[in-house]
Design a protein. Structure first.
Length: 283
């Protein structure tokens, strides 16, 4: 009965190279436990309460776009250290090495069930998906490319907000990305924003909230300031579901709540509904 458990203990004691992974997953929303294998099988969705956990940008792209269709923009772009913030350069280098990405967003072109899109995916593993100069620049360039080429944009957001290590430079990205979204909209472009866990701060206050269609995954956190800050300011107790996707949907902030397993099909349907059909194959 306990053979498997003792095998794991002995392997860890010997300093085995294989990283230990607990067999159970405890949901941060409902606090119930489920087999980790089941959680992973559902693409990190809690089987008990349907909370949608965090995916890496690579995992998100893999389950959203057509196989081998993604072409990345600005892959080698990395942030400078405009304020000479202590250890910021070293921290970025460490994260680039551990995550395999150069900053907190990946952008590029792809197809979703044949329909061409410009897609951006934020990654909370890189400094909590915070928006610095590179994140803002890559998102702005993605919208500019979409505007020039009459393409729709699908943007998956996951962020703790503006990146304090870059000071005012990070705050300027809110205006820059919002301006790029505005120009894309004025040119008749379609922008679908998909909010994932968490979408907060300056990202919520800029491009994440400017979609023509705003989608959220179930039970994810969406907001600007945190619960404690707001309660301390207004001196009132907030509802338990405050800033969750369902609360935001009820208040009209979010248009649709879409489960992860249905996301690809819903995006494909919306793209076709707006005239972005798969390109005919050349004979």
């Amino acid at each position: 009965m306990f053979e498997g458990f003792f095998d794991v203990v002995k392997k860890r004691a010997r300093g085995g190279e294989e990283e230990y992974r607990p067999p159970m997953f405890k949901c941060p929303r409902c606090t119930q436990t489920s087999p980790l294998s089941r959680y992973e099988e559902l693409h990190r969705v809690c089987p008990k309460c349907n909370y949608h956990g965090r995916l890496s940008s690579q995992e998100r792209i893999a389950i959203t776009v057509d196989k081998d269709s993604f072409r990345e923009f600005d892959k080698t772009m990395i942030s400078a250290n405009p304020l000479n913030f202590p250890d910021y350069t070293e921290k970025q280098a460490e994260l680039r090495n551990s995550t395999g990405i150069n900053d907190a967003v990946i952008t590029g072109t792809a197809t979703i069930k044949g329909s061409p899109v410009v897609i951006g995916v934020m990654d909370s593993r890189f400094m909590m998906g915070s928006m610095g100069s590179v994140v803002g620049e890559k998102i702005t360039r993605a919208f500019e490319y979409a505007t020039e080429n009459n393409m729709p944009v699908v943007m998956f957001t996951a962020s703790g907000g503006a990146r304090m290590q870059e000071g005012i430079v990070s705050l300027m990205q809110m205006a820059k990305t919002s301006g790029a979204v505005k120009l894309h909209s004025e040119a008749g472009g379609l922008y679908i924003a998909v909010m994932t866990d968490p979408t907060t701060g300056g990202v919520t206050a800029s491009f994440a909230s400017l979609g023509d269609i705003i989608i959220a995954e179930p039970k994810v956190l969406i907001g600007f300031a945190g619960r404690r800050v707001i309660e301390g300011t207004i001196k009132q107790r907030l509802p338990e579901d405050f800033q969750l996707a369902e609360f935001m949907h009820d208040k009209g902030f979010v248009d649709m709540i879409v489960e992860r397993r249905k996301m690809r099909s819903v995006l494909s349907h919306l793209l076709k509904l707006h005239g972005f059909y798969p390109k005919e194959k050349e004979v």
